[in-house]
Design a protein around this ligand. Structure first.
Ligand code: NAD
Length: 280
C-alpha cells in the first residue's frame, strides 16, 4: 500500500532493531508513503542489529543515541534538524526494556535498581525526547508524536512485570506533554496500545507464546500484526488525524474490550477434558 500519505513529511523513528521490530515496519511504510527519515537506536542495538540495512533501503541517516542519555538525545534532535534542514513532522518512540523481565525476576521480588532502569528506558526516555524537541522547537505545527504501549498499563497481565508500570507512566507522559504541545505548538501526542507481537522485546516476556495465543482467541478480529500497527502509525502521522491527541488508542483486534470469548472458553474447557485431576 503506497498512498503518499506522508509526502513531504520528515520524521525520526526510534527502535528498529531488526526486521521483526514494529519500528522497522513503521519506517518502511513511512518511506513508502513519501517520508524522509532519521533512524536511531542505542549503540549496542546498532552494533548487534540490522538497522543499517533498513537505512540503505529507505535512504535514511542513522544517528546513534542511548535514550537514557540526555546528551545523546540532545545531539540526536540537533543533528536531525541539520539533516532535515530545519523542523520535522513526526516521531515514533518504540523503545522498551526491563532488566527484571530479562532476568526473570518476579514483580514481588523486584530489584529497584532494575525497576528504575525499566522506567528510565521505557518511559522517561519519552519525556526526555519530548522535552528536548520542545526546547529546540523541532516539530512543525500539526506534527504528530506516537509512542507504543500495551494494555498492561490498564490491566494486570501475569509475566509483564514492571513493564506494566512503565507503560502506565508512558501513557501519562503522552497526556501531560500532549496538553503542552497542543496548546503551544499545535502538535499531537498519542500512544498506540498494540497486541502482543513476536519481536525481540515481546518474546522476552515470560509465557509470551501463550499470551499471544490467549490474546488472539480473545480478540474478535484477532491479534494485530506489526505491519498493521505500522499502518495505524502512518494514519496518525498523516494529516487525516490532526485533531486526535492525548489518547491511548487500542490497536488490538478488540482484546481490551473483551471479558471472555467463545474461542477462549473452548480452549480452557479442553484443559479440563484432558485433565485427570481430582477437581475435574
Ligand atoms: N512486541 C510486543 O508484544 C509489544 C506489544 C505492545 C507494545 N510493544 C512496544 O513496542 C515497542 C517496540 O518493541 P518491539 O516489540 O518492536 O521490540 P524490539 O525489541 O524490536 O524493539 C525494542 C527497541 O527498544 C530499543 N532500546 C532498548 N533500550 C534502548 C535504549 N537505552 N536506547 C534506545 N533504544 C533502546 C531496542 O534497541 C529495540 O530496538 C516497545 O515500546 C514495546 O514495549 C510491544
Amino acid at each position: 500500500m503506497n498512498k503518499g500519505l506522508l509526502k513531504g513529511k520528515k520524521g525520526i523513528i526510534f527502535g528498529a532493531l531488526n526486521d521483526k521490530s514494529i519500528a522497522w515496519h513503521v519506517a518502511l511504510k513511512a518511506w513508502q508513503n513519501g517520508a524522509e527519515l532519521v533512524l536511531t537506536n542505542s549503540p549496542v542495538a546498532v552494533r548487534m542489529g540490522t538497522i543499517n540495512e533498513l537505512a540503505k533501503i529507505t535512504s535514511s541517516r542513522v544517528i546513534v543515541a542511548d535514550a537514557t542519555s540526555m546528551i545523546d538525545i540532545d545531539k540526536l534532535i540537533a543533528e536531525s534538524m541539520e539533516v532535515f534542514g530545519g523542523r520535522f513532522d513526526f516521531i515514533l518512540h518504540s523503545i522498551g526494556m526491563s532488566p527484571n523481565v530479562r532476568k526473570d525476576i518476579p514483580y514481588e521480588n523486584t530489584s529497584y535498581e532494575n525497576m528504575l532502569k525499566t522506567f528510565d528506558i521505557s518511559a522517561l526516555s519519552f519525556h526526555r525526547v519530548l522535552q528536548t524537541a520542545y526546547k529546540y522547537d523541532a516539530i512543525n505545527p500539526w506534527g504528530s508524536v506516537v509512542a507504543l504501549s500495551y494494555v498492561a498499563a490498564q490491566r494486570t497481565l501475569a509475566g509483564y512485570n514492571d513493564m506494566g508500570d512503565a507503560k502506565a507512566l508512558l501513557e501519562s507522559i503522552a497526556r501531560s506533554f500532549g496538553y503542552i504541545y497542543g496548546r503551544d505548538r499545535k502538535v499531537r501526542i498519542n500512544t498506540i496500545s498494540q497486541s502482543p507481537t513476536p519481536t525481540t522485546a515481546g518474546s522476552g516476556i515470560h509465557g509470551f507464546d501463550s499470551l499471544v495465543d490467549f490474546s488472539d482467541r480473545m480478540s474478535p478480529l484477532g491479534n494485530a500484526t506489526a505491519e498493521e500497527c505500522a499502518d495505524y502509525c502512518i494514519a496518525l502521522f498523516s494529516d487525516l488525524t490532526r485533531k486526535v491527541t492525548m489518547q491511548n488508542l487500542f490497536h488490538d483486534g478488540g482484546f481490551s474490550s473483551m471479558g471472555m470469548s467463545q474461542r477462549a472458553i473452548e480452549q480452557y474447557q479442553k484443559s479440563f477434558d484432558e485433565c485427570d485431576c481430582d477437581e475435574k
